[in-house]
Design a protein around this ligand. Sequence first.
Ligand code: CA
Length: 434
Amino acid sequence: MTHDAALQSWVISANDPNTDFPIQNLPFGVCSRPNGIDTVGVAIGDQILSVYECYNAGLFEGAAADAARRCGGSTLHQLMAMGRKHWSALRAQICRLLRNDTMVGRKAQKLADKILLPMNEVTLIRPIYVGDYTDFYASVFHATNVGAMMRPDNPLLPNYKHVPIGYHGRASSLVMSGTPVRRPHGQTKGDHDPVPVFGPSKRLDYELEVGFYIGQKSNLGSRIEIDEAEDYLFGLCLLNDWSARDVQRWEYQPLGPFLAKSFATSLSPWVVSMEALAPFRCAAFARPDGDPQPLPYLSSEANTATGGIDLTLAVFLSSAQMQAQGVAPMRLSQSSLQHLYWTPAQLLAHHTSNGCNMRIGDMFATGTVSGPDKDMRGCLLELTWGGKEPITLPTGEVRRFLEDGDEVVMRGYCERPGFRRIGLGECRGVVVNE
Ligand code: CA
């Protein structure tokens, strides 16, 4: 019902066909208000609905009221702790009170001054305090391209199609969209250099990814079964895994990425719920003939049929010169989450398969989302093939890797005939060197 494409809101901007935030989306975030009090909000058109103010105004009842009562703080943790039934009840009642054809909608509209905040007048802050962060490597196209550059004779390692590959990332340096990213210093060594040097990275890159927030805890020593996995997912956001390729190349063997990744990871501020994504689910990646089938703990009928998400992802670049000249950002690539070799449920089932516990607010990311075609490559390393095939910007500038002043903008959205388009908003970051 909350997905019905015919639903319209009394918040007029939410009915614009191009908005990321129609009434069918209703993503959660946390905003810092001019009065200094943080509040949990839901994006609707160009406005933010304060869930707690709606609760105070008596606009919720039953399970939704119980959930909304926990939205008075500055994180989503208390709401997440209530579980999927409450998330769903809250979504259903928020939808009702934003509709233009319900009693409660008319009541809410009269309180618009109290319960709505213009999105451009508030600062969106970190909605969830992430305890542990894991980054996977779920795109076989990304893994094959990167492998081909590192090991031309043996691009895809023999474990890839059997076991989801990941590493433990750094949660302390997760930052909100809009936070400038300092070019990191690190140790690098070219193939022909006798000794390594320490200095600013010369091969700074982005990685186009999606991050999933864990909304329910699991116990140490227990596994999350693949068909239960999505009950643990609160929602997703855009994620830019900034990467220093020259540092990575020197440090990654034998234990994987370390300082090449941990200096910053940017997140978009809105958390789109798994329920909002329901109309856009698709089959898991169709494994070509000859590929192994996943082991039983990574396989189920439901996952094969609907474990994927048809979420379009795009990345844009805007150099300092482009910004100064008012040139629109250039789209570098566009891909879809449906190209991932592993589904979110497979990643979570695997993560807990050894008994590793999940805590509310933990996050795992997909890894760079690259697709089969050249214009679907989710990072500069792949797009410029390690710097050998530079990209020319509209100003005539050339890019192999990111320069100071470059702004990277990521966007994501879902479209399907018969449903309203919903979007994830933006994840931005500008490279600075100071
Ligand atoms: Ca990554």
